[in-house]
Ligand binder design. Structure first.
Ligand SMILES: [Fe+2]
Ligand SMILES: [Fe+2]
Ligand SMILES: [Fe+2]
Ligand SMILES: [Fe+2]
Length: 439
């Protein structure tokens, strides 16, 4: 199937203003919604926030009033789209519920992108980040039970595993060594460019959501957990955005943003199972085709370039959601001890090969000096029910002590670190069974 968004018929910018009643739609049902309808909604909110924010950044660097007028009008549409998408969230969906949705996006989206990424180095970076968000999901799942009595599978629907990943206390790096080598804009495929922009948008929105909502709980350990993981999301934004070629012109970046929006909405439209929400993805695909064609005209006019040279002639599918358990387990078992090498190669190494003076040890010692909140999370659940909350097959659950042994740095451990022996004790106790009220 071929879909050249530059040639498809979209909605022109002048016809994109909608009424407030159309902008604010009826929310989905927290219990009945398909988990991947929720992940699409979460991701597309992040895509729209980036689309809006980028256009402000663009305007602040442009002294061309005619160009800025066009940007201003499209930017308002992005903002209205963002309201529509984000406000599909029902008011009864708690912050922790939504948080589990965010980490499900991170895990299953990153796994999908890694398997559809032509650039090996970019793929490796996706796999590296994957195991960190996977651990965040595990930590937040403990809180979903401790604070709200919820089963994480109420949100995840059994599609994404909940067990320990690379321990969050080891995600704190010298932010400078997070920076990766960027692709070359002249040789990288449109798929690579769209994949990265999709993930940057998702990670940025995750950061913003934690920054804006982590204070909404009274429990200090939970507040600190949000602060700790929010900071890791800042590292993720830094890492993924550094893959983008910074020499792309602003108009080239504009075109890539609109192309990413067309691709993601179209992918959502193709996959959506909720007929009412499918209509939103369909309408917004047509609106984004209008934005893309406007951006294409601008790049032809100002830079005398053919937009097809930048985005190609076919669409890419950057956000197909399906269960990625097998892929994630494989990365988990093989790459949990992977670390940033901190050298000018901007590459990866393993814990056993880290030098004594590795830059991130100092950061980890500084922030974890009074204890790591994400370790405290597991200390708290262990004190409450003798073991952790997990959702996975028994074989993987039993592997937790082994995974921790391989994935935890012996250096710079927080004083409240849950030990490998603690995990051995926990795996000897039957997993927690949620009662009928959770259904
Ligand atoms: Fe948009
Ligand atoms: Fe995360
Ligand atoms: Fe992340
Ligand atoms: Fe757009």
């Amino acid at each position: 199937m071929s879909f050249n968004a530059l040639k498809e018929k979209g909605i022109s910018i002048e016809k994109q203003l909608r009424t407030w009643h159309d902008i604010v739609k009826r929310p989905f049902n927290r219990v009945e919604v398909d988990c991947y309808t929720r992940t699409r909604q979460i991701l597309m909110n992040g895509i729209e926030v980036e689309a809006w924010n980028f256009k402000h950044h663009f305007a602040r660097t442009s002294d061309d009033i005619e160009l800025n007028k066009i940007i201003a009008n499209v930017r308002r549409i992005e903002d209205m789209q963002q309201t529509t998408v984000n406000w599909l969230t029902p008011s009864c969906q708690s912050v922790l519920d939504t948080t589990l949705g965010y980490e499900q996006v991170a895990v299953d989206l990153t796994a999908w992108l890694a398997q559809n990424e032509p650039d090996e180095y970019v793929k490796e970076t996706f796999d590296f980040g994957l195991l960190e968000d996977f651990d965040h999901l595990y930590r937040y799942s403990q809180w979903a039970y401790m604070i709200e009595g919820n089963n994480p599978d109420d949100i995840l629907h059994g599609q994404t595993d909940v067990v320990i990943g690379r321990p969050t206390q080891n995600h704190h790096n010298d932010n400078a060594i997070r920076l990766r080598k960027h692709y070359d804009k002249n040789t990288a495929s449109p798929q690579t460019k769209v994949n990265i922009l999709t993930l940057v948008s998702g990670e940025q929105q995750t950061h913003n959501f934690y920054a804006e909502h982590g204070f909404m709980y009274g429990n200090d350990d939970l507040r600190r957990t949000y602060a700790e993981i929010c900071d890791v999301e800042e590292e993720h934004v830094s890492m993924y955005e550094s893959l983008i070629d910074p020499t792309e012109t602003m108009l080239e970046k504009l075109l890539l943003h609109e192309f990413t929006e067309v691709c993601t909405y179209y992918n959502c439209y193709k996959d959506e199972v909720d007929t009412r929400i499918k209509q939103v993805w369909e309408e917004f695909t047509a609106m984004e085709i209008g934005h893309l064609q406007t951006a294409a005209e601008l790049i032809k006019k100002y830079e005398k370039r053919d937009p097809e040279e930048i985005i190609g002639t076919d669409i890419v599918m950057p956000c197909h959601f399906e269960s990625q358990k097998e892929y994630v387990t494989n990365i988990l078992e093989n790459e949990i001890d992977k670390r940033l090498d901190g050298t000018s190669d901007m590459n990866y190494t393993i814990i056993d090969k880290l030098p004594e003076n590795w830059q991130s040890y100092e950061v980890q010692e500084s922030v974890g000096n009074d204890g790591s909140p994400t370790e405290q999370t597991v200390q708290n659940i262990k004190a409450a029910i003798n073991r952790d909350i997990v959702c996975a097959d028994k074989k993987l659950i039993k592997k937790q002590p082994e995974l921790l042994e391989k994935g935890l740095e012996p250096e710079a451990q927080a004083p409240n670190t849950v030990s490998i022996d603690d995990y051995k004790d926990m795996t000897n106790i039957d997993i927690f069974v949620f009662d009928e009220k959770q259904k």
